[in-house]
Design a protein around this ligand. Structure first.
Ligand code: BG6
Length: 485
């Protein structure tokens, strides 16, 4: 964020300040913003939670989580002093009355709480007059999951928008804070080379993957009630899909960009009731070794029901019903305890129309593939065909690789810096609008319904590439998944 101006003076109220998100990501990101000169001395934090601690207790609890780099000490000492604590239950009046007395001017309220509190907190903030923008902006940042299906997301949007305007709501999808995700738009719209072939004439299909080696670990309670589909697809993976598929916006204004993304998301057609068995695959891991860890059966993990049918892997096939994408399948997959951590978008191009090369059957030429790598190594690569040296005309595969880290210093970033800074300066580009959230849920609702009715996820070994059914889903159409890792 070179050249960016510091955010205006404001108070950030973090509901759920003693939680993991606040400690691991929010406060370290705010510290990075202080170090970059993007938050001034007039920025302060009030942490709210039901834990029995005081200012010192909150600050001490944060000490272990903030950067230990040489230059972090001074910035942390300065920010630490500006962090205070307010004890209270989110569904009682007292903390809101106390906030009313403490908060003046600009304020943003970050709901880093269990999702069941989102609506209540907004109601209580509004009841207490804390969302009135008479003497400064008042914004609410809301974490995912935003609803657990289409009706609950619609109900939550209604509840929130009955009290505050859409312009005050910043629904977080932390994938949008990742540099490479933001770069997809630049890669597409600043490079004539790409945009010229970015359509169904040249693109055979697109694969979007978010594979993790971690298992559910300590998050069993949340995860068993959620599953891989809800956890990742209508939000994170659809955001990647929107970036890849959207039409060029007329400007880089937040609304112009969000309008194009919303249009794309509204055009996503997921499997309907009778198509779920063919176009959606769910899996659940069994004991194995993933990453550097031994992983038990999903059923043997903490806080998982012994007969749980929750999927830890989901793969779906969707189409995008627009002029640009008609007939191009988009395959999306995500899962835990897989063979590699790998978040990527693979754009697979169509074969050349005619094979000129003697003895080289065009159907045997591997397609050009453009890989937009989001994690773990941010970069872009392009696989293409070359002639193998020698007197005989024979083809081989080569790759052009661009790695961010080789060209630009990436520094220490959590991914939340941009999101927090943008919320404080009032830029909603990277936040989900109500219609975008609902379009995401609408596209997967038939799958949720079908899976809710019965059936079992297919087992896969921890450390593998996922259930066999996911490979079959592509093989049926003569395609295969890009190898993980
Ligand atoms: C979260 C999901 O939203 O995203 C987690 O709830 C998942 O289950 C995480 O692990 C992945 O995010 P990242 O940034 O680690 O790729």
């Amino acid at each position: 964020m070179t050249g960016a101006a510091p955010a205006p003076a404001a108070t950030l109220v973090i509901f759920g300040a003693m939680g993991d998100l606040a400690k691991r990501l929010l406060v370290p990101s705010l510290l990075n913003l202080v170090r970059d000169g993007l938050l001034g001395d007039d920025f302060r934090i009030i942490g709210v939670s039901h834990h029995d601690v005081d200012d010192a207790g909150l600050r001490d609890g944060l000490d272990d989580f903030v950067g230990k780099e040489d230059d972090a000490g001074e910035a942390w000492a300065s920010l630490r002093e500006r962090i205070s604590y307010l004890r209270g239950s989110f569904d009682e009046d007292a903390p809101y009355a106390a906030l009313k007395a403490r908060v003046t001017g600009n304020a943003a309220f970050y709901l880093a709480t269990a999702p069941g509190f989102f609506g209540t907190i907004v109601d209580r903030l509004a009841d207490a007059g804390l969302t009135d923008e008479a003497d400064g902006f008042r914004r609410v940042l809301i974490e995912k999951p935003f609803g657990h299906n289409l009706p609950s997301a619609q109900a939550l949007n209604r509840q929130i928008l009955a009290r505050i305007g859409e312009g005050q709501v910043y629904r977080i999808d932390h994938f949008l804070g990742k540099e490479t995700v933001q770069n997809i738009m630049i890669a597409r719209f600043a490079n004539a080379l790409l945009e010229a072939v970015w359509n169904s004439r040249y693109i055979d299909h697109v694969q979007i993957t978010a594979a993790e080696t971690v298992s559910v670990g300590t998050r069993g309670k949340f995860y068993d009630a959620t599953g891989a589909l809800r956890d990742m697809i209508p939000n994170h993976l659809f955001q990647l899909l929107a970036m890849v598929g959207m039409e060029p916006p007329n400007s880089f204004d937040a609304e112009a960009i969000r309008n194009e993304k919303a249009k794309l998301l509204a055009a996503v057609r997921g499997p309907k009731a009778g198509e779920v068995a063919r176009d959606a695959v769910r899996g659940q891991y069994r004991a194995g070794r993933a990453g550097d860890a031994d992983v038990p059966d999903y059923h043997a993990e903490d806080l998982i029901a012994a007969d749980s049918r929750t999927e830890t892997y989901a793969a779906i096939r969707v189409e995008v019903e627009t002029w640009r994408w008609a007939g191009v399948p988009f395959y999306l997959r995500t899962g835990k305890a897989l063979s590699a951590r790998d978040t990527e978008i693979v754009v697979v191009f169509k074969p050349v129309p005619f094979a000129l090369f003697r003895d080289t059957d065009v159907t045997r030429l591997p397609p050009n593939e453009l890989v937009l790598q989001v994690q773990p190594h941010e970069g872009i690569s392009l696989d293409f065909i070359v002639k193998k040296p020698g007197p005989v005309v024979d083809t081989g595969e080569a790759s052009l690789d661009f790695r961010y880290a080789d060209h630009f210093p990436l520094g220490h970033r959590t991914g939340y810096e941009t999101l927090l800074y943008d919320a404080l300066i009032g830029d909603q580009t990277l936040f989900q609008r109500a219609d975008m959230i609902e379009a995401g849920w609408a596209a997967v609702q038939p799958i949720l319904d079908a899976w809710g009715e019965g059936g079992e996820p297919e087992p896969y070994a921890a450390g593998s590439a996922g259930p066999a059914g996911a490979a079959t889903m592509l093989a049926r159409e003569g395609r295969h998944w890009h190898a993980l890792g």
